[in-house]
Design a protein around this ligand. Structure first.
Ligand code: PXP
Length: 251
């Protein structure tokens, strides 16, 4: 998403609205609308909207992208697989940034970072086509030195460090080692001239150490925020329904 510099030192929050669409799609209707969720995020102080158009369209769909572009002023970060079909959709959508992620049809969520080292040939032309149109290019990678070097060599503007393993590991040595790997990778992005983002699996209880890494300028957070929104908003929705039912009976 997308500013090229860390203007104010304030860590940017990109809100991933995919799972609003997951709930909508469960009924095949229009509620809840991810575009309205993006507007709520904008109102609540988010710095950007992130949406992942998956090959199977299990959550966000093309009309959502067009509506977000039309109605939301925040920058759009489009997560996408490195395919020609997605490249063409990104070129038509003109997001502020495209974040290339690995995609496996059977996965529940994005598992692991992109193998930039192994996929240079596939990535290079897709990245070039997007960059030519002024779309900032982000690669979602593990906190791994070789992957970061390859991302810089390929001309990525941004790397998003995968925090999934850090979030999943229970407290202990492995968890701490993963955090230190992320901290070291973030430092390396500075030397490589890459803008550093991070995300995946972040929650209230684990965001602190990642948010404290000075080189990280943006976090992208989705599933937890949408789940938490259900928990904090459910009582309100029930009370409104209760009132409407009671009013209907008393009139
Ligand atoms: N960043 C990337 C590249 C992702 O693929 C995802 C998941 O779509 C996220 C961030 C957000 O992860 P979560 O939904 O676990 O917060």
């Amino acid at each position: 998403m997308a500013q090229s510099s860390h203007d104010s030192g304030r860590l940017r929050l990109g809100v991933n609205i995919d799972h609003v669409a997951t709930i909508r799609n469960a009924r095949g209707a229009s509620h809840p609308d991810p575009v309205n969720a993006a507007l709520v995020a904008e109102h609540a102080g988010a710095d950007g909207i992130t949406a992942h158009l998956r090959e199977d369209r299990r959550h966000i769909r093309e009309p959502d992208l067009a509506a977000i572009k039309a109605k939301v002023t925040l920058p759009l970060n489009l997560e996408m697989a490195a395919t020609e079909a997605m490249r063409d959709i990104a070129l038509a959508t003109q997001p502020n940034a495209a974040c290339i992620v690995p995609e496996n049809r059977m996965e529940i969520t994005t598992e692991g970072g992109l193998d930039v080292v192994g996929q240079r040939r596939r990535l290079a032309p897709i990245m070039a086509a997007l960059k030519d149109q002024g779309i900032r290019l982000s690669l979602f990678v593990e906190a791994d030195q070789d992957q970061l070097h390859a991302a810089a060599d390929l001309g990525a503007d941004i790397v998003e460090l995968h925090t999934g393993r850090y979030c999943d590991l229970p407290a202990g040595d492995d968890h701490d080692a993963e955090l230190h790997r992320i901290i070291a990778a973030a430092k390396m992005t500075e030397q490589l001239g890459l803008e550093c983002h991070a995300g995946h699996g972040l929650r209230f209880d684990n965001v602190g150490p990642i948010a404290a890494i000075p080189q990280v300028i943006e976090l992208n957070i989705g599933h937890f925020l949408i789940g938490e929104a259900i928990m904090s908003g459910l009582s309100n929705a029930i009370m409104t329904m209760r009132r409407l039912m009671d009013e209907a009976r008393s009139s």
